[in-house]
Write a protein that binds this ligand. Structure first.
Ligand code: COA
Length: 260
């Protein structure tokens, strides 16, 4: 893998961990960081030796404390639109990644940080994590999909409240609302994340991709998710994963799927 300036990469047990590495700015996302995350995810998606991706933040205090406010403080309307569109493209690629992407949220997940976590397929939070969309305090709205994905994950009423009040919520409240899948003590965050990834990694990679496509179809305008499911279900029958999965069941052994 390449080396980057604002993110760190680590590969272990076929899992790529992308660590946003600007701890002195609480891992705020500047333009370069967003492009580097996007690039790393695209490279990992094409690399057969990588089965899954974790996104986390450097240090004990923050996952990502938002878009870099200093960077956009003098932006014009057009520059604001481009900032948002560029971020949307990267976050969409994360959301539609054919391999599982899990956010390990180790502290503040505010603004673009909450949006980055929401673009991932699952979210595991440490007990000190804090979530919020405080953009209205700055006179802006979320620009990386927050108004859409927060509604999808927790429903309109609660999403409206968080978006309008700029309130920060703790990990337990985020769990209660369905914003995160699990909450664990901070020193167990990566172990729990790996535990969940290990379960997913043992399944058919092609079926996992079918799951991502079918679930995403539910949220895609003009697409009938039921039709997508029929297509994706049918495609499975032409895969080696299906032959292996069914043979393993018949032979009463554990399936060994080959990543390609
Ligand atoms: N953009 C740019 N810099 C940021 C940042 C952001 N979103 N969030 C934090 N930082 C920087 C601070 O400016 C500070 O830098 P400095 O030491 O050079 O002054 C450093 O990170 C540490 O932050 P600080 O505010 O001193 O930490 P804190 O513990 O007192 O407060 C927060 C933590 C998260 C509550 C506070 O940093 C904050 O409100 N950040 C902005 C959150 C936000 O509005 N995000 C949405 C942006 S659209």
């Amino acid at each position: 893998m390449k080396t980057y300036t604002t993110i760190l990469l680590h590969i272990e047990q076929e899992v790529l961990t992308i660590t946003v590495n600007r701890p002195d700015k609480l891992n705020a996302l500047n333009h370069e960081t967003i492009q580097e995350i996007g690039d790393a995810v695209q490279v990992a998606e094409k690399e057969p030796s990588i089965a899954a991706i974790i996104i986390t933040g450097a240090g004990q205090k923050s996952f990502v404390a938002g878009a870099d406010i200093a960077e956009f403080s003098n932006y014009s309307v057009e520059e604001g639109k481009k900032l948002s569109a560029d971020g949307h493209a990267v976050f969409k690629n994360i959301e539609t990644c054919s391999k599982p992407v899990i956010a390990a949220v180790n502290g503040f997940a505010l603004g673009g940080g909450c949006e980055l976590a929401m673009a991932c397929h699952l979210r595991i939070a440490s007990d000190n994590a804090k979530f919020g969309q405080p953009e209205v305090k700055l006179g802006v709205i979320p620009g990386y999909g927050g108004t859409q994905r927060l509604v999808q994950l927790i429903g309109k009423g609660k999403a409206m409240e968080l978006l309008m009040t700029a309130d920060m919520i703790g990990a337990e409240e985020a769990h209660r609302l369905g914003l995160v899948n699990h909450v664990v003590p901070q020193d167990q965050l990566m172990a729990k994340t790996m535990e969940v990834i290990t379960k997913i990694k043992a399944q058919s990679p092609k079926a996992i991709t079918g799951i991502v496509r079918s679930v995403d179809a539910y949220f895609t305008d003009g697409v009938d998710g039921f039709k997508t499911e029929i297509e994706e279900f049918g495609k499975c029958f032409g895969t080696d994963d299906f032959k292996e999965g069914v043979s393993a069941f018949m032979e009463k052994r554990k399936a060994e799927f080959i990543r390609s």
